[in-house]
Design a protein. Structure first.
Length: 447
């Protein structure tokens, strides 16, 4: 994990540059930057917000140290999807106030976009944490002073309830623009979903290589939202559980197994276009270039799992625990042969093994871009670890991808892993395409 402190945030002004790149997700040799000029865009959004900055073109060069630690914010797609997965997560779902207006929602998204553009290059929000009017709260909360940007990305999504409120009303005039693919997820066998940890009008995924940078980002966005939106639930995550780039080694989840060996990789642009990015004709034009995010809080029953023999653990998963190879194989990336048999003629991979039921060949070719994280949230009333996987997956069509795969895992064949896990939280969000300087998240939705 990177914890570099070589780029100080202290003393940065309201004109701190924001990165512009014509190649999202790829670091240019010299970065063009955008000046952030105070424009009062967030006036009236939240007390003490100090006004959001408006974006305009500039030509200054970003410091070379920052170039090694930043991910381009502007581009065709939102950062934090194809971006090589960082080590830490702070995810938050927000609910809009019942009294919030469409104008306030647009103003909030504008303020969030401007703040995100600053924070992702290591700048403070607004006038900063230690400047401005001494008699007023600072614009920035200050806990990231002295920390590098740590590859921070911020990704925003819109929940179904943003389009049609809990009472069924079209509160923001958006009901007709709700994508058909943003249909509510079905109930899956074995779900034990907590409504307080599910849903949300908006979501923000903050990923970074420094946990304090990710927490700082969500905290500041929540502060900007005060009076208009509030946090419904949030989740801290550590230790990415998938590799999203060919340059990353496959990580292990809390069960000790390599996770996401067959994940979609960002470098495979054909696969990204086919499986991840919403295309022309998939739905409303405002979602073209975006993606659909499914979040699931999956609790692992750690104590029973830790008492399970190794051979049984490997039978449940369908892979060798040490190498990650398919059962009967020796290397992680060997092709998974679901027809292979042992000397007695039995399948090497159990009919109910997790890898078999989740495999694309079992689900009409369905795959996902996974960006999950491990979590440990203390212990429950019986002293058992409240730990597991905060599953995050991006896809072009949730019905044809996540729903199909999860139906297989939760179906009558009953994935062996279900004995050791429980889905306790859930969300589905439409993540719009990326933004350009002067734009804001979801502008086309409100056009």
């Amino acid at each position: 994990m990177s914890t570099s402190r070589d780029r100080s945030r202290a003393g940065q002004s309201s004109a701190e540059p924001a990165v512009e790149s014509d190649s999202p997700g790829r670091r240019p040799s010299r970065r063009r930057v955008m000046s952030l000029l105070g424009a009062g865009a967030a006036a009236g959004v939240a007390a003490g917000a100090g006004g959001a900055a408006a974006l305009s073109s500039g030509t200054a060069d970003a410091p070379s140290a920052a170039a090694d630690l930043t991910v381009p914010f502007f581009g065709d797609h939102q950062a934090g999807i194809a971006t090589p997965a960082q080590d830490r997560l702070h995810f938050a779902a927000f609910d809009l106030s019942p009294a919030a207006t469409r104008t306030e929602l647009v103003t909030l998204l504008t303020a969030w976009t401007n703040a995100a553009a600053r924070m992702t290059v290591g700048a403070d929000v607004g006038t900063g944490a230690v400047t401005g009017q001494p008699s007023a709260p600072p614009d920035d909360t200050g806990e990231a002073l002295g920390l590098a940007a740590a590859r921070l990305t911020l990704t925003v999504g819109f929940g179904a309830s943003l389009f049609t409120g809990p009472d069924g009303t079209d509160r923001f005039g958006l009901a007709a623009r709700r994508p058909a693919l943003l249909a509510d997820l079905p109930a899956f066998r074995g779900d034990a979903l907590d409504p307080a940890r599910s849903g949300g009008d908006l979501c923000v995924q903050a990923c970074a290589d420094d946990p304090q940078v990710a927490v700082h980002a969500i905290r500041n966005l929540a502060r900007l939202a005060r009076g208009v939106a509030s946090v419904r639930y949030s989740q801290l995550g550590f230790g990415r559980t998938s590799s999203t780039s060919t340059g990353q080694a496959t990580p292990r989840n809390l069960m000790g197994f390599k996770d996401g060996t067959a994940n979609v990789k960002a470098e495979d642009t054909a696969a990204m276009d086919r499986h991840v990015w919403a295309g022309d004709g998939d739905g409303p034009a405002w979602m073209t270039g975006g993606s659909y995010l499914v979040s699931r809080r999956i609790r692992m029953l750690i104590e029973p799992w830790d008492s399970t023999p190794l051979t049984e653990q490997e039978r449940v998963i369908g892979r060798v625990k040490g190498s990650g190879a398919p059962l009967g194989g020796h290397r992680e990336f060997e092709a998974l042969d679901l027809r292979a048999e042992d000397p007695s003629g039995r399948p090497l991979t159990d009919d109910k093994a997790h890898v078999r039921l989740a495999h694309s060949s079992h689900n009409g070719g369905a795959v996902l871009l996974r960006r999950g994280y491990s979590f440990v949230d203390g212990t429950d009333e019986l002293g058992r670890l409240d730990a597991g996987l905060f599953f995050l997956a991006y896809q072009r069509d949730p019905r044809a991808q996540f729903v199909r795969i999860q139906t297989s895992l939760a179906g009558k064949n009953n994935d062996l892993l279900n004995e050791y896990i429980q889905h306790v939280g859930s969300g589905l969000f439409a993540c719009p395409p990326g933004v350009r300087p002067g734009d804001h998240w979801g502008r086309a939705l409100f056009a």
